[in-house]
Design a protein around this ligand. Structure first.
Ligand code: PGA
Length: 250
């Protein structure tokens, strides 16, 4: 059985005050969450607040990105070891906003994934197609290319006990969610693609859905056989909404 994972991606939102309030709110509500593993990914500078507030709470925390490099002259970058220094368990890699605004290539994302795992972090590997790609009917080809970049570089074993987030770009922050059937189709495709190389790895792989997941649609999505939780943006910024999504996995 795969344990569902619900992770909040706070993106570049919040302030010291609002983030303290959010962390307290999530911590306070954790009693009601029975099944899901829960994680939050604040902006880098607020990670120490997460560590202070969440240590021992059962909620994990992580970075929204990280560097391929381990140290040195890379202005603005944050190394995996630095995230570990502040108790992070997770790092999101290859979010579509990084791929689009920072021109991260499939290969760079795969290398970030390897760097995270090599350092002892659990990377959340994001994949997803744009609206244009979906309309062209090439969704599966795009997802396959993104995943194969990792498998080609590091082998299928790199996905053992791993986490992939399927995030259709057209559903991110738009209020438009993939239907549970649309999402399930892509999740099943991802699992089959991995299973073609190693069935055991595919079975243990957690595939999260992301893209306007909210309290009103989370249960229906997570009920699908290949949807193992969510990566939540907007709805993760309100403790009550985020907790409601976590409870949808109960
Ligand atoms: P959203 O973002 O929930 O606001 O659509 C999800 C994400 O980008 O991870």
């Amino acid at each position: 059985m795969r344990r569902p994972l619900v992770a909040g991606n706070w993106k570049m939102n919040g302030s010291r005050n609002s983030i303290e309030t959010l962390l307290e709110g999530i911590k306070r509500g954790m009693d009601s969450v029975q099944q899901a593993e829960v994680a939050v990914c604040p902006p880098f500078v607020y990670i120490p607040l997460a560590q202070k507030e969440l240590a021992g709470s059962g909620v994990a925390w992580g970075g929204q990105d990280m560097s391929i490099e381990s140290s040195g002259a890379f202005t603005g970058e944050t190394a995996a070891s630095m995230l570990l220094d502040f108790g992070c368990s997770y790092a999101i890699v290859g979010h579509s906003e990084r791929r689009e605004y920072h021109r991260e290539s499939d290969e760079q994302v795969a290398r970030k994934y390897m760097a995270a795992r090599g350092a002892g972090l659990k990377p959340i590997f994001c994949v997803g197609e744009t609206l244009e790609e979906r309309e062209q009917g090439i969704t599966e080809a795009v997802i396959a290319r993104q995943i194969d970049a990792l498998i080609d570089l590091d082998g299928v074993e790199s996905l053992r006990d791993g986490v992939i987030a399927y995030e259709p770009v057209w559903a991110i922050g738009t209020g438009e969610t993939a239907t549970p059937e649309q999402a399930q189709d892509v999740h099943a495709f991802i699992r089959a693609r991995v299973a073609a190389q190693n069935a055991d790895v595919a079975e243990g792989l957690r595939i999260l859905y992301g893209g306007s997941m909210k309290p009103g649609n989370a249960a229906e999505l997570i009920a699908k056989p290949d949807i193992d939780g969510g990566l939540i943006g907007g709805a993760a910024l309100k403790a009550e909404d985020f907790l409601a999504i976590c409870r949808a996995a109960n």
